[in-house]
Design a protein around this ligand. Structure first.
Ligand code: NAD
Length: 262
């Protein structure tokens, strides 16, 4: 890369987003770290990322449940760094309940944060990428973007939507004849703070120890019986940004220990 490229990763103060931010920082990108909060911890995470990986990192607060803030995130990143070359739509939340008991406001929040935010950030970033002639949009979907489970209606609807959105963006980039791609990464279970909370809940529900819950409940659908790691998701994102991946577009890459092969 002659000029340093800039990567915006939504929801990147924790878990998979932070793993991707680290991996891209290690590979020479300027990084925009994002979350909805505005705390000294958010800024400390960003400073740590920059100092450990010798990269430039900025924290930009923006709530991905708000269309205007999604678009402002891209505009602010452009203003700070002069380009938005990589956009990783990662921010996401979960709620588990039967459809007939699923709170309507949780449905709306999950669709907004897990799906609509990717539309708004992409709509703001795509003209910049077309103008620059290069770009990568990576949407963090899920094995639940390709398969379903009970009690996760909003999450599964949103993640299937993200897979579809990725295909459409890819086709519009292709029409524009620019070196820009869009793909979804579909992780199986990854050990993150989001997942730790689910393990704790399942230990109570099943009256089991942590190891039993992990093996007999959480990883039941993951044939390798191992969690994917945030570093593996980060490595996949780095690969999708590479020249080797220039013809990989409009598809989804599963990092799920064989879940979707079953
Ligand atoms: P996490 O809870 O560790 O991190 C989520 C991040 O999103 C945090 O930085 C949080 O601050 C941010 N966020 C939440 N609401 C936001 C909002 N309104 N605006 C801006 N940022 C917001 O979760 P994670 O496990 O790292 O999940 C990251 C993504 O990966 C999500 O889209 C999730 O659906 C997906 N995913 C996770 C797993 C897994 O097993 N952990 C599996 C498949 C897909």
């Amino acid at each position: 890369m002659s000029k340093k490229r800039t990567a915006v990763i939504t929801g990147s103060t924790s878990g998979i987003g932070l793993g991707i931010a680290r991996a891209l920082a290690e590979n020479g990108y300027n990084i925009v770290v994002n979350s909805f909060s505005d705390t000294s911890e958010d800024r400390a995470i960003t400073a740590d990322l920059a100092s450990k990986h010798g990269s430039t990192a900025e924290y930009i607060q923006a709530d991905m449940s708000d269309a205007g803030q999604c678009r402002a995130l891209i505009a602010n990143a452009m203003e700070k760094f002069g380009s938005v070359d990589v956009l990783v739509n990662n921010a996401g939340i979960q709620h588990v309940a039967k459809i007939e008991e699923f709170p309507a406001e949780k449905w709306d929040a999950i669709i907004a944060i897990n799906l609509s935010s990717a539309f708004h950030t992409s709509a703001a970033a795509i003209p910049l990428m077309k103008e620059a002639g290069w770009g990568r949009i990576i949407n963090i979907a899920s094995a639940h973007g390709l398969t379903a489970s009970p009690f996760k209606s909003a999450y599964i609807a949103a993640k299937h939507g993200v897979v579809g959105l990725s295909k459409t963006i890819a086709l519009e980039f292709a029409e524009a004849r620019v070196n820009a791609t869009c793909n979804a990464i579909c992780p199986g279970y990854v050990l993150t703070p989001l997942m730790e909370a689910q393990i704790a809940d399942q230990m109570k529900v099943h009256n089991m120890g942590r190891d039993d819950v992990i093996e007999k409940v959480m990883l039941l659908r993951q044939p390798t019986r191992q969690f994917a790691t945030v570093d593996q998701i980060g490595g996949t994102a780095v690969f999708l940004c590479s020249d080797a991946a220039a013809q990989i577009t409009g598809t989804s890459i599963s990092v799920d220990g064989g879940w979707t092969a079953l």
